[in-house]
Write a protein that binds this ligand. Structure first.
Ligand code: SF4
Length: 468
């Protein structure tokens, strides 16, 4: 065992806020690599743990780490840097490290922005992390991507096994291990998304390695569910179908959910998903208006084909009892009131089981954001601006766009206003025979109804965001 003792922290979006959707796979993979190199390492997911700042500071005080690293996400960067600053205050000799999307975008500028930082790492650190810890030669590492992702160990989930990650879009999924089958989005063209600038090229793991990991998750770690958190997995590919076939062949019947592309799932994929015990998919629908889909560069080919493809996927999901969670964007640049309403009307009557509407944001690194900066509409430090009438790119103010989001959520998701949706959702769960999951979801139904009927929890978030 070497003398180094490393803490990797995944910061929360706000202190005390509990988010148990997804495990911090990047940090957990680095945890495996450091452990294999004989370096003492701990990984803490602060959103999963729900720790207060004091709990973390007491922990750092007791453990006396030689290195503290944090994943820095642009909207929550102050919390990430605050943790590193505190680590330095507790132990002035500690080496502080930062990685994640914010560093990958701003590169070495983060070193002047946050002087407490000793080392900043842009890109994927998996192949270099041991050297960076043991023999650092510079303050800024501009790393590319790992070509052979099969060569990496599986994430060390022992650091987070005490946390039950179980929630997806308000649905209880069961005790879940998150997993990646690929790295990087295969499409990388959507103009509202920062992936084409902030993440590296699309790579796939081998189906055999994926199956090996699924077996460990099911048999050794005893998780009850898997959440595949890839960027837009194409399920109609030979790659995805091979994984599903192997999962069936090996008798790995652990249920799973996946984040997938709605336009790239064919009937064979749905058949295989059902046999492989897939509970549901989360897909980005964004809009059903061809002009808007074209504007967003959401999909290849004729944008008029988008809606028929979405319809077909929803029909097939219904046929094979796969739950569909669909997200869409409200208030994109130049999106008219009529176009917004067309999408909301479609979603009300469509076979999407849960709808997630989002207010459009100019996300740093996205094509829309760059264009807004170039045209002078936004300033470079407007890193997550909402669309607004004042820019001349929406008929609505940001507040009115949020009201539309709430209206859409209530119209589509409310068990009172749209009971048919819940009947279909329950039917799918029953056909999947997921009794434990049904029971857990029934238990949290009063909470959902109370939220919808009394005060919308989203109101508070929206007020906060608009006041920021
Ligand atoms: S929105 Fe999804 S499909 Fe589009 S570029 Fe981003 S990750 Fe890829």
């Amino acid at each position: 065992m070497s003398n180094e003792s490393v803490l990797l922290v995944y910061p929360p979006s706000q202190w005390g806020y509990i988010d148990r959707f997804c495990q911090p796979l990047g940090a957990l993979t680095l945890g495996s690599i450091l452990k294999e190199a004989g370096i003492k390492v701990n990984v803490i997911d602060l959103s999963g743990e729900g720790w207060s700042p004091q709990q973390l500071f007491n922990h750092m005080n007791e453990e006396n780490y030689t290195h503290v690293g944090a994943t820095i996400l642009t909207p929550f960067r102050d919390i990430g840097y605050g943790i590193l600053k505190a680590a330095k205050k507790i132990n002035p000799n500690v080496v502080t490290l930062a990685g994640g999307p914010h560093v990958s975008f701003f590169k070495e500028k983060v070193l002047t922005e946050y002087p407490e930082l000793d080392v900043a790492v842009s890109g994927e650190a998996d192949l270099d992390i041991v050297d960076i810890i043991q023999n650092p030669t510079k303050k800024f590492y501009d790393l590319g991507c790992v070509e052979d992702i099969d060569s990496l160990p599986i994430p060390d989930r022992s650091h987070v096994r005490q946390i039950e990650y179980n929630e997806l879009a308000g649905i209880y999924m069961d005790d879940s291990a998150s997993m990646k089958w690929i790295r990087g989005c295969p499409w990388r063209k959507c103009r509202f998304c920062s992936r084409n600038e902030l993440t590296l090229k699309h790579r796939r793991r081998s189906p055999e390695k994926i199956i090996e990991e699924i077996a460990i998750i099911q048999h050794e770690l005893k998780y009850k569910n898997i959440l595949v958190v890839d960027d837009s997995l194409a399920l109609n590919t030979k790659f995805a179908k091979t994984i599903l076939k192997l999962k069936i062949k090996e008798g790995l019947d652990i249920p799973f959910w996946a984040l997938a592309r709605v336009d790239q799932i064919d009937e064979e994929a749905f058949q295989l998903m059902k046999r492989a015990n897939c509970s549901g998919l989360q897909v980005g629908i964004e809009s059903v208006v061809p002009r808007v889909i074209d504007l967003y560069k959401k999909a290849p080919g004729d944008p008029k084909e988008w809606l028929p493809k979405v319809d077909r996927a929803l029909e097939l999901a219904d046929k094979y009892d796969i739950i569909m969670i669909g997200s869409f964007i409200v208030g994109g640049p130049t999106e008219t009131a009529k176009e917004i309403q067309t999408t909301i009307d479609y979603l009300r009557t469509s076979k999407v089981d849960i709808v997630q509407p989002f207010a459009f944001q100019y996300v740093i690194g996205s094509e829309f954001w760059h264009e807004a900066i170039d045209s002078g509409q936004l300033k470079p430090d407007d890193i997550y601006a909402y669309n607004d009438k004042k820019y001349g790119t929406s008929p609505y103010t940001a507040k009115e766009i949020f009201d539309k989001v709430l209206e859409a959520e209530d119209l589509v998701n409310s068990p009172v206003l749209n009971p048919g949706r819940y009947v279909r959702l329950v039917k799918k769960f029953i056909k999947q025979k997921k009794w434990r999951v049904i029971w857990k979801n029934i238990l949290q139904l009063p909470k959902i109804i109370q939220g919808l009927l009394l005060e919308h929890p989203y109101d508070i978030v929206i007020e906060d965001e608009l006041n920021d």
